[in-house]
Design a protein around this ligand. Structure first.
Ligand code: M6R
Length: 607
């Protein structure tokens, strides 16, 4: 939520900031702004409602500056207006923010800032407060520290002082922020995507540490004012990975990257044909000793968890609960040191997931996280991390990250079967073979299915509602299919356990309502087909997805799509491709920008 970039160094700050903002735009895109300290000693501040392209238009005049900060906003406090766009200037302080200042109202009252604000944001209060202390101390670090003693909430601040040219100050709590000092200058950003054109080495700004960026150097101070060395990390992907490379949208590109992401995630975790987490140092005793599994995540990651539950319960015979992180964090969880907690997050920064993880830790549960972004908060706070190797996921709608989260959950299931001695060597090798072959089934889908799916997408594109139904594992796949469709095409979509439909929801089925029915599970195949007949009898438009070769009579559905798997247990992977493409082409047919769906942002770092 909200993209931040700051630069100080020998290059032109404006160009770097505008480029960085377009790379970070997936974090928020309702308004944008930048502040430059010019070489003449002036402040150049421009803000606009709308996307970064509009900010670029606004910043055309000649200006030379080597130090500045920029922001792309996802509105939280206050509507989408130019006044509410960041950065905010109060006195000598120019500040931008990602997060939420929870006690902003109290601060306003206590310090008499009410009536002085020029925006409706909580952010402006932080600028007022720092300016208040700066006026009294003339010391930027003291001013920031004193403000930090008062501000409650989550924040990543980048701050310029108009009388301190060439220096950017930054500090954060919870909200992410990374930085790097390079030969081309010093950079700060809300995520590493914006740093990649300049460096692959960076560090995560530690919470409550004050960072000062100057031309090609940085200084990091802990909360007591001691200078500390940052812990350097490196990224393994390069600049092309975060570009569209000829695809019309990031989402489509990321769908097509799935076979590679899958292989990169699975292959390093196989030893002699058996899933293995030696590199992650996950002991078998942890996997064999737990009495239950608690999965925690949000959105798509949570739906990956639903598949995780189905496969773990089926193969490992262990009770698994899947919790929505935003619920879990305020529950009274029934977990302890015998519960294995699996936290799933692409970004590793989702605030609810992070808070839920912290609560799980307090309960004494060991935590394995499945995370895509290296060095992210969730990764750092877990006992064990299994990194998915999807590379940067830019499209707001998660696709390849979901695919590799599933892959890791299958690997974990396989390893748990081994650790708990529930499988023979022959069986686990067969399991692994099927899993490895899933990369091919994903590829086969990508080779043959797009045109068929596009035709179906055009057929359903102007429906108001859609239903996804399935039983068992198919129901778990349906959940993600429905989320994908609604978040980018804005069609109301619901996933239903097929057998549950006639307990109420079937009342919504009428002529031509699209029903996407998944029937890849042998055990419940005929039962699901009966449910399909029920909606078909009410004139629904049925797109049926089955395993290849399944016997389906013509009158059951309008369209029959097949996935190339023998064992329905591994149908998750090719089914995901169909459901993702269906959402993509539907949004396309409706003329929406699926990379930037309305009201959404990639990484949800506020509650
Ligand atoms: O970064 P995370 O995996 O923790 O994000 C969780 C959800 O916010 C995310 O999956 C969201 O549901 C996406 N919009 C799904 O496409």
């Amino acid at each position: 939520m909200c993209g931040i970039i700051g630069y100080t160094g020998p290059l032109q700050a404006r160009d770097i900031i505008l480029l960085g903002l377009s790379q970070l735009e997936y974090r928020g895109y309702d308004s944008a702004g930048l502040a430059l300290l010019t070489d003449e000693g002036n402040l150049y501040l421009r803000k606009t409602v709308g996307q970064v392209s509009r900010l670029k238009e606004l910043c055309r005049e000649a200006v030379s500056s080597h130090c500045g900060i920029g922001h792309t906003r996802w509105a939280k406090h206050g509507g989408v207006t130019e006044a509410n766009a960041h950065p905010h200037q109060v006195g000598r302080v120019i500040l931008l923010h990602n997060g939420i200042i929870e006690n902003y109202h109290t601060i306003q009252k206590q310090y008499g800032f009410e009536g002085l604000a020029t925006s409706e944001t909580d952010t402006e209060v932080a600028a007022q407060l720092i300016n208040y202390y700066y006026d009294r101390t003339n010391d930027p670090r003291q001013a920031i520290r004193r403000a930090l003693n008062i501000i409650e909430g989550s924040f990543a601040f980048c701050i310029l002082f108009s009388d301190i040219p060439g220096t950017i100050f930054a500090v954060r709590n919870v909200s992410p922020m990374v930085a790097a000092a390079t030969e081309q200058g010093s950079f700060i950003a809300s995520d590493v995507t914006a740093l990649i054109p300049y460096t692959k080495t960076y560090f995560v700004v530690p919470e409550y540490h004050i960072l000062m960026l100057r031309d090609r150097s940085i200084c990091l101070e802990d909360p007591e004012g001691n200078t500390v060395e940052p812990e350097l990390l490196s990224v393994s992907w390069d600049v092309e990975a975060a570009q569209k490379n000829g695809y019309p949208h990031f989402m489509l590109k990321e769908i097509f990257e799935q076979p590679e992401a899958f292989r990169k995630t699975v292959q390093p975790r196989l030893r002699d044909g058996i899933p293995c987490f030696e590199a992650e140092k996950i002991p078998d005793s942890l996997l064999s000793g737990c009495r239950q599994v608690q999965i925690i995540a949000c959105g798509t990651a949570m739906y990956a968890g639903m598949v995780g539950r189905a496969i773990l319960e089926q193969k490992v015979r262990i009770p698994v609960t899947v919790s929505i992180a935003s619920e879990f964090r305020y529950d009274t969880p029934m977990i302890d040191s015998d519960t294995l907690v699996i936290v799933i997050s692409q970004s590793g920064e989702t605030i609810d997931t992070l808070a839920a993880l912290r609560l799980a830790r307090e309960c004494g549960a060991p935590i394995i996280s499945i995370v895509n972004v290296k060095g992210s908060s969730i990764a750092r706070e877990s006992d064990y991390v299994i990194y998915t190797h999807a590379g940067p996921e830019i499209a707001v709608a998660s696709t390849k990250a979901y695919m590799v989260q599933l892959a890791v959950l299958y690997l974990l299931t396989g390893r748990m079967m081994v650790a708990r001695r529930l499988t023979s060597e022959e069986e686990i090798r067969a399991f692994t073979e099927h899993l490895v072959a899933s990369a091919d089934s994903i590829q086969e889908m990508l080779d043959v299915i797009p045109d068929q799916v596009r035709i179906q997408a055009e057929r359903i594109a102007f429906s108001e509602n859609a239903f996804f139904i399935g039983r068992g594992l198919d129901y778990a796949f349906s959940l993600e299919g429905a989320l994908k469709l609604k978040e980018i095409s804005y069609i109301h979509a619901e996933a239903y356990a097929a057998g549950e439909l006639k307990h109420g929801t079937i009342a919504l089925i009428e002529k031509d309502v699209p029903v996407i029915a998944l029937a890849t599970q042998d055990k419940v195949f005929s039962k699901t087909i009966s449910n399909v007949r029920e909606v078909r009898a009410r004139d629904a438009y049925v797109i049926l997805i089955t395993k290849k070769g399944a016997s389906v009579s013509d009158e059951v559905c309008d369209v029959h799509l097949e996935v190339p798997v023998e064992d329905g247990f591994f149908a998750a992977f090719p089914c995901a491709v169909i459901l993702q493409l269906l959402a993509y082409y539907t949004a396309y047919a409706r003329g929406y920008d699926m990379d930037k769906p309305r009201n959404l942002a990639k990484s949800v770092t506020v509650e």
